[in-house]
Design a protein around this ligand. Structure first.
Ligand code: PSU
Ligand code: MN
Length: 312
């Protein structure tokens, strides 16, 4: 694995840089979920819980975020707190880094933004809740997460794409971008809050080691795309598909009436669905984020470990 020189304005935390230089397992985490996805104080406690889960799983967490124009890979506790409590933080996708750096802004990085930062820092595994994708309406609103998955060779562990999206169209576009979608111990493409969606995953894996083998084989071909690992939300917190879908339909209608579009769309829809489901979806969101962190730590360890017949 070649070592990359991080771009100017990047700050890779010393413990993360050390883990990377020793080829120890590292898992990147996004921060739009902290700044825009979850209400306070759940946002900060969730950020800590994900980091602890990754540490307990034997890997080093590296939460990515932008503070005063610095792209930080591996936010420390004080920095996480500053981000969680920032007033009007930006939602920073790939296109937003340049302006945020130049204007010394603060914000949470989306899946697309975190993928870019992880790739530049040399991190190969990233855990998130759900990726962005093709919106149901307007259908030309396609998240920058999708092309970012085409460009950055990172294993992304998620619970599928966010249920508010057009899931069949999102899966099609992942195929267009040559991103393998691997069901983790499932053949069903999960619908974020629900274990079922009625859609199948094109591939599946039984173990973290199998995911690592798939990614190594994919990248050995010279492919530059991500490997998307989809993990169903834990049964204890998952919601029935029909119940979520009813709330989504209503949230979509309200978004249209209120003219909510573009960057504001995903945060609005997710928080409205959370209100409409009596916060059951918030519970599911928190549970799946922690579960994805645990799976990502296992995958990072499998990816870091040398083959069994190699002695060092
Ligand atoms: N999780 C949430 N809320 C969010 C997001 C995640 O609970 O807002 C973010 C993710 O970071 C994802 C982004 O990358 O939403 C997608 O937004 P858009 O559809 O605008 O690309
Ligand atoms: Mn969008």
């Amino acid at each position: 694995m070649h070592r990359l020189q991080p771009p100017p304005h990047f700050r890779v935390a010393p413990h993360v840089a050390r883990a990377l230089s020793l080829h120890m397992p590292v898992v990147a985490l996004e921060s739009t979920v902290i700044t825009h996805g979850l209400p306070r104080p759940d946002n900060l406690s969730l950020a800590h819980d994900m980091e602890t889960t990754i540490q307990n799983g034997g890997a080093t967490p590296a939460t990515v975020g932008v503070l005063n124009g610095k792209v930080i890979v591996g936010l420390n506790d004080a920095e996480l707190q500053a981000l969680a409590n920032a007033s009007s933080p930006r939602k920073i996708s790939a296109r937003d880094f340049g302006p945020a750096i130049a204007q010394k802004a603060t914000g949470g990085t989306t899946v697309a933004g975190t993928l870019l930062a992880a790739h530049r820092a040399g991190i190969r595994v990233f855990a998130t809740g759900g990726i962005g994708g093709v919106h149901r309406w307007p259908p030309y609103d396609v998240s920058a997460d999708l092309p970012a998955l085409a460009w950055h060779p990172v294993i992304v562990v998620c619970a599928g794409a966010k249920a508010i999206l057009d899931l069949p169209a999102t899966l099609e576009m992942l195929e267009t971008f040559s991103v393998p979608v691997v069901g983790y111990q499932t053949e069903e493409f999960p619908a974020f809050y629900s274990r079922e969606s009625g859609l199948k995953t094109p591939h599946h894996a039984h173990s973290a080691a199998e995911v690592a083998d798939i990614a190594k084989a994919h990248w050995a071909l010279g492919m530059e795309s991500a490997v998307l690992v989809v993990v169903p939300p834990p049964s204890s917190a998952a919601m029935p598909y029909d119940e979520v879908e009813a709330a989504i339909q209503q949230a979509l209608q309200e978004a249209e009436q209120r003219g909510i579009r573009g960057q504001a769309s995903t945060p609005f829809l997710l928080s409205r669905v959370s209100e409409l489901t009596g916060h059951a979806s918030l519970e599911a969101n928190l549970a799946l984020l922690k579960n994805n962190a645990a799976v990502a730590a296992q995958i990072a360890r499998a990816l870091a470990s040398p083959p069994a017949n190699v002695f060092i």
